[in-house]
Design a protein around this ligand. Structure first.
Ligand code: AMP
Length: 398
């Protein structure tokens, strides 16, 4: 990565304004149900404290759309962070304003303060200049460790960088860019990508860009059926994006022109309805009954995909192979996750895009058996599309 990081900076005695991604899931009692994102930021926070910084953390949570909403307060996150760091974490009642400026000014080296939800102000997502300047006034140096929002040019990810110097990457940001960037730019071959999830829409640019880089693209999940339809097959009641059939055809032609393999499932598990308890069985993809729907890849496809995974040196995976939330239709996703863990053991670099595939691999318990699980769904997809992330581009070059 060609950006400066907190590793090579003098932070001693500095107030470091740090963008983190604490957009954690909360239940209706405002309890954190998954603290992965907080835990992922700990190495950066700890290193900054060791280097003698006063750490001011800022994040968004949910979509309050520019208004204070009690149920989207970051207060429970401050408490959790305090527990995880085993130290007092101050909580500011807002992210800008006189009182917050005073609290930031009083923060001593070795102390941590978390600001209230950035998105309680419309200026955050609007990248308002004045709002960004007010945020920037709280710190001497800027650090961005929020990979999950790096694809958005918001006040806390882009606007602030016009007012502070240097602007450094945190350790999580560095790790994300190292793994995802390496997979995109300098992969060891054979390089394969596995794409799944519900829909083609939203992933067309990813597929097009990956077809330039990978040797083989494996397709599973709900998007399979639009591809099958594009090949003239009947798909029963399976998920279909009618308006993407032509695009699916184009993508298959693109693969052929570039001499890349685009592999679709050869068999599929079909059920009567979108329900774990529905009756199900496996059919060849050409034989999907008119009154049934495809809910997972079948065993022959699992074997086929496993062979490709075992032979690959670099593997990127985004999107489940079936409706993995329902145990009866999670087998394809579990098998792919296990094959990735095995490939990692044998020396392959394996990268899991964020979002549903990250949730799937944690559900299976194999998150520590792959090279890297990205914390950013949208951001990792945009990197795989070959786009520049504004929150990364804004950081100081080495
Ligand atoms: P995405 O957000 O596009 O990655 O899609 C993830 C979702 O796709 C998950 O909630 C899966 O349940 C769903 N999914 C995967 N396979 C299928 C399928 N065959 N039919 C319907 N939904 C699916």
């Amino acid at each position: 990565m060609n950006k400066r990081t907190i590793k090579d900076a003098d932070l001693s005695g500095k107030r470091v304004l740090t963008r983190v991604d604490f957009n954690v899931p909360l239940n209706d009692r405002q309890e954190i149900t998954d603290d992965t994102r907080i835990v992922s930021a700990l190495p950066t926070i700890r290193m900054m404290l060791e280097k003698g910084a006063a750490v001011i953390l800022m994040s968004h949570l949910g979509r309050p759309r520019g208004e204070f909403k009690k149920e989207m307060s970051l207060k429970p996150v401050a408490e959790k962070l305090s527990e995880l760091l085993d130290m007092d974490v101050r909580f500011a009642p807002d992210c800008v304003g006189e009182e917050v400026r005073k609290l930031a000014g009083e923060l001593a080296p070795g102390e941590v303060m978390l600001l209230e939800n950035l998105r309680f102000h419309a200026g955050e997502t609007g990248n308002d200049e004045d709002f960004a300047a007010q945020l920037a006034a709280l710190g001497d140096i800027y650090v961005n460790d929020a990979f999950g929002t790096a694809h958005r040019a918001h006040a806390s990810t882009e606007g602030v960088t016009h007012h502070l110097s240097p602007c450094l990457a945190g350790l999580l940001m560095e790790k994300e860019i190292d793994y995802l960037g390496r997979a995109v730019e300098h992969p060891e071959h054979p390089y394969i990508a596995i794409l799944g999830g519900a829909k083609i829409s939203g992933k067309i640019d990813v597929i097009a860009n990956l077809l330039e880089k990978v040797d083989t693209l494996l397709i599973g999940g709900g998007m399979t059926y639009t591809f099958l339809k594009a090949q003239g097959m009947e798909i029963g009641n399976s998920l279909l994006e009618d308006d993407k059939i032509a695009m699916a055809r184009q993508l298959m032609q693109m693969a052929e022109m570039r001499h890349k393999q685009l592999l679709l499932p050869i068999d599929t598990v079909v059920g009567q309805s979108f329900d774990n308890d529905t009756e199900f069985h496996t059919v060849r993809v050409g034989d999907i009954p008119a009154d049934m729907m495809g809910l997972d890849i079948g065993p022959a496809t699992i074997d086929l995909f496993k062979k490709h995974i075992a032979d690959a040196k670099t593997i990127v995976w985004n999107g489940p192979m079936g409706v993995f939330e329902m145990p009866n239709f999670a087998k394809g996703t579990v098998a792919v996750a296990e094959a990735l863990a095995e490939a990692t053991k044998n020396g392959a670099v394996t990268v899991i895009g964020g979002g549903d595939s990250a949730a799937a691999i944690s559900q299976i318990g194999l998150q520590d058996s792959v090279s890297h699980v990205s914390t950013g769904g949208g951001a990792s997809l945009e990197l795989l599309e070959g786009k520049t992330l504004p929150g990364l581009a804004a950081l100081t070059d080495k």
